[in-house]
Design a binder for this molecule. Structure first.
Ligand SMILES: *Cc1c(COP(=O)(O)O)cnc(C)c1O
Length: 345
């Protein structure tokens, strides 16, 4: 095979959903935006539906429509970006539930799709999506008259358990929603780990399902193996790759791997990431280019058929750290050229 192989462990995914579900006394949804964090929203959501998940979340209506085809009619699909201009037919056709974010969206929705289910997203301090306090004071009466199915908000710092923003947002959320008699949802993966006060009626984990921090007890879900195109010997003083950024200081064996920044192996990994062959680390040398990466396999003593970038010795988050980013970005950058294989296969 000439492309990398991305292996997705659906049993581990399911185990992560069950583990997060077991931490709360409320319902557990599943966030499958950005094509299921790069792993394939359809396969991820079908497996989680089988496991018992009933409510799924995507970022935009287009994702929701594709997910509806994969999931069939029963599960609920929510759209974080709400009811945007041009969304009406898609929301209606795929029976998607927009989480309305503003008075404008509320007006658009009630006019375009009267009687069509909606939720409300409230801004409790992150200043990204949702009704601000003043908008909510103005529009809550009208919104509540039309029976929103959920009131939700999102935490900005939930991956830092001691951050003062967490209790602050919790307090604002309570003030905006207490006593309204509408089911509530505040927490993603990080919020689940903050404890009972943050759980309300439903949680919305994403990254934890896929094996990422801050859910440090997660089972790994992803493995990435990249095939070797060719190997060559270098004498001392020879250089590798664009910009001559690596030079051999000993006689070296260099493997060229099929995969590069066009496959989501971001250029910031250059000179910093490590590949593995079984238990032997093989450092990435030189610059990551579009389709190829060069790796020092001198210490391996053999020419490998493939090398592992994400696997037992290096999870998504340790790779992210080497690349100066977060697991979310590593996952959602994973390219379309990989063969996506499933366990169980
Ligand atoms: C992405 C997202 C989630 C899931 O967050 P994770 O940190 O991946 O668990 C939940 N809610 C909202 C509003 C989101 O944007």
């Amino acid at each position: 095979m000439s492309t990398g192989a991305l292996t997705i462990d659906l049993d581990a995914l399911a185990a992560n959903w069950r583990a997060l579900d077991a931490m709360t006394a409320c319902e557990t949804g599943a966030v499958v935006k950005a094509d299921g964090y790069g792993l394939g929203a359809g396969r991820v959501a079908r497996r989680l539906a089988h496991e018992g998940a009933r409510r799924f979340f995507v970022a935009v209506a287009e994702e929701g429509a594709a997910l509806r085809k994969a999931l069939g009619p029963a599960p609920e699909i929510y759209v974080f970006s709400g009811h945007m201009e041009g969304d009406t037919r898609r929301l209606a056709g795929a029976a998607l539930i927009p989480m309305l974010n503003s008075i404008d969206q509320l007006a658009r929705h009630l006019e375009a799709l009267p009687g069509h289910a909606f939720g409300i997203q409230l801004d409790t301090g992150m200043n990204r999506l949702g009704f601000e306090w003043s908008d909510w004071s103005e529009a809550a009466g009208i919104a509540l008259d039309h029976a929103p199915v959920w009131l939700m908000s999102h935490l900005a710092c939930a991956d830092e358990p001691d951050h003062e923003m967490n209790p602050y947002q919790l307090d604002i959320f309570r003030q905006m929603t207490d006593g309204l008699g509408v089911p509530r949802s505040l927490s993603a993966t990080g919020g689940i780990l903050l404890g009972r006060d943050y759980h309300f009626d439903m949680t919305r984990p994403g990254i934890g399902l896929y094996g990422g921090l801050p859910f440090d007890a997660a089972q790994p879900v992803v493995r990435l193996d990249l095939p070797v195109v060719q190997c060559r010997d270098l004498v001392v003083g020879e250089v590798v790759g664009y910009g001559n950024s690596w030079q051999a200081d000993r006689p070296s064996r260099i493997a060229t791997i099929s995969g590069g920044y066009a496959d989501g192996l971001i250029r910031a990994m250059s000179g910093r990431a490590t590949f593995w062959h079984g238990d032997t680390p093989c450092p990435l040398v030189g610059r990551v280019s579009m389709d190829l990466i060069t790796v020092d396999v001198t210490d391996l003593g053999e020419d490998p058929e493939y090398l592992t970038l994400i696997g037992p010795h290096q999870g998504v988050d340790s790779l992210a750290e080497a690349a100066g980013t977060i697991g979310y970005e590593i996952l959602t950058s994973l390219g379309s050229r990989y063969a996506r294989l499933e366990i169980p296969g």
